[in-house]
Structure formats: structure tokens, C-alpha cells
Design a protein around this ligand. Sequence first.
Ligand SMILES: NC(=O)c1ccc[n+]([C@@H]2O[C@H](COP(=O)([O-])OP(=O)(O)OC[C@H]3O[C@@H](n4cnc5c(N)ncnc54)[C@H](OP(=O)(O)O)[C@@H]3O)[C@@H](O)[C@H]2O)c1
Length: 277
Amino acid sequence: MKYREIAQTGIMVSPLGLGTVKFGRNQGVKYPSRFELPNDQQVRELLALSRDLGINLLDTAPAYGLSEQRLGQLMTNRHDWVIETKVGEDFNEGASSFDFTAKGTHASVERSLQLLKTDYLDMVLIHSDGDDQRILEEEDVLDCLLDLRQAGKVRAIGISSKTVQGGLLAFAKDCDVVMSCYNPSYQDELPVLQAAAQQQRGILVKKAFASGHLDQLQMANSTPHANLPKTDHPIEAALQFIFSQQGVSSIILGTINPEHLCENVQLTEKILCQLGD
Ligand SMILES: NC(=O)c1ccc[n+]([C@@H]2O[C@H](COP(=O)([O-])OP(=O)(O)OC[C@H]3O[C@@H](n4cnc5c(N)ncnc54)[C@H](OP(=O)(O)O)[C@@H]3O)[C@@H](O)[C@H]2O)c1
């Protein structure tokens, strides 16, 4: 898989990234079925397989339970990876809490550095509670991230947003990257992807497979790109749909199933080849 640059940061990411919610948290999540957290050996194998398949991007967050801690313990070489984590949301005893203050932001970044056993973070995103515009305009978190980027502790900054206004505002306020939800059954945030393409910013796509609710993807009404064959396979259709859209840097896929990981990479390679990418 040919790597793509996030804005003009020099950060090169694979078109598929590995989402790691399921490494660290199985409470308060919206997947179709319950699951056990993978054990240490399974996480090691998923990381090694991801690298073998060409994936270099890991998405994590303090709100993903044990995810950062387990990555720090189980990654064999931090420099193999582009690590993207978040600030602003935490998850303890089954409930989320939010803190977008300067103090909270600095403490969160320090804890991520410690847990991930690294002295820099490639990307840090604001983990929005949905009130994107207010967070970006009224809280201190964005100024802190701009300072951390200036100081070199963080290479790129942005927001995992939930609104079009939030995504666009983040770009207007000099963010490098936005994480947006986008798939055949949820296209509301398309203007953010279009803005990223126009302004040469990064987009990480979350929930590409509607968090595993594949029946929703099957019902979706999407027109494939002219170079792509029509498919009834919901995973292939979702990947086709998203990669046809300009502006996408990487799709962050949440899987703990090695067969699904391989299938997702194979389909991505085929689709990007068909698109001439
Ligand atoms: N606010 C935020 O910042 C935010 C919110 C949501 C998600 N995220 C990030 O985005 C990542 C992806 O989001 P997500 O996990 O909600 O949704 P997703 O990637 O749309 O879907 C993940 C689900 O799809 C299943 N799946 C994956 N590949 C498959 C395949 N080939 N065939 C059948 N099923 C497949 C996975 O099950 P298996 O494990 O069985 O493969 C998993 O249950 C997360 O891991 C997280 O890193 C961020």
C-alpha cells in the first residue's frame, strides 16, 4: 500500500490504519456483539500481522480503556509506527468524562507518552464530545496542542469531530488532520473531506463499516466510481465508496480478527489498484 502524507507534516501513513478500541475496552461500545479483549499474544500477533501487511498507523486514545497501556507494552518497535492518540475524553468504571482544560490536556499528553513508552506523539486529536465548535472556540485544548506541536512533542494535531462545522473550523484554526465518520450509510461529513482535499489536510475515517453493523452498509445507496465494478459485498462496497472520495488519508479500521484484517488489506489493495492510486 502506497503511503499518503498528512497535510505537509512529513508524516506518511498507510491507507488503512488499525483502530485499537477493541484492544482495550469492551464496555459501553456499540458493536453488534459482545467480545472478549484479545490476550497479549493475540495483540502481539495482530500488530505483527498489521506491519507485515504494510499498515503503519495506530489509532488509540485514553478513552479506549487499556489500549494505550497495552500498545506501550506490546509494540516491539515504536519507530515502526505512526501513533495517533487523543485528549479530552477518559473512560473509567464504565463512564466517559471530558476535560478540555490546559491542565487536563497537558496531563493527558504526559500520560499517553508514558503509557506508550515514547518521547513524542505523531498525532494528537481532540476527542470531541460532540460540541466541536464550542470546544475549539472556548476551551484551551486547541491552544495547548498548537504549543505542543510548536515544541515538537507532537508532530500533527487535529480533532476527532462529530460535526461538519467542527471539522471545517479545525482546518481554519490550523489543524493538520480531522477524524471524521464517513461510510455509505452516513455521508453527512462529506464537506469536511472535500475541504481537506482542497486545503491539503489529512482525513482519518472512523466507522467505515458502521462499527460492524454491516446490514446498514448493505442497505446504503451509493454509486460506485466509474473504474470500480459493482459489488454486493458490504465491506468491499464500503471501501470502494470511501476510497473513491478525494481527501481521505487513511481509513481507521477496528478489528481484532486476523482474517478480517487480511481481507480488509487485500480489498484495499485491489480497490486502490483499480482506482490507479
Ligand atoms: N470518537 C472517536 O475518535 C472514534 C469513535 C469511533 C471509532 N474510532 C476509531 O475508529 C476505529 C474504527 O471504528 P469502529 O471500530 O467503531 O468501526 P468500524 O471500523 O466501522 O467497524 C469495526 C467492526 O467491524 C468488524 N469488521 C472489521 N473488518 C471486518 C470484515 N472484513 N468483515 C466483517 N466484519 C469486520 C469488526 O469486527 P472484528 O473485530 O470481528 O473484525 C468490528 O466489530 C476504532 O477502532 C477507533 O480506533 C474513533
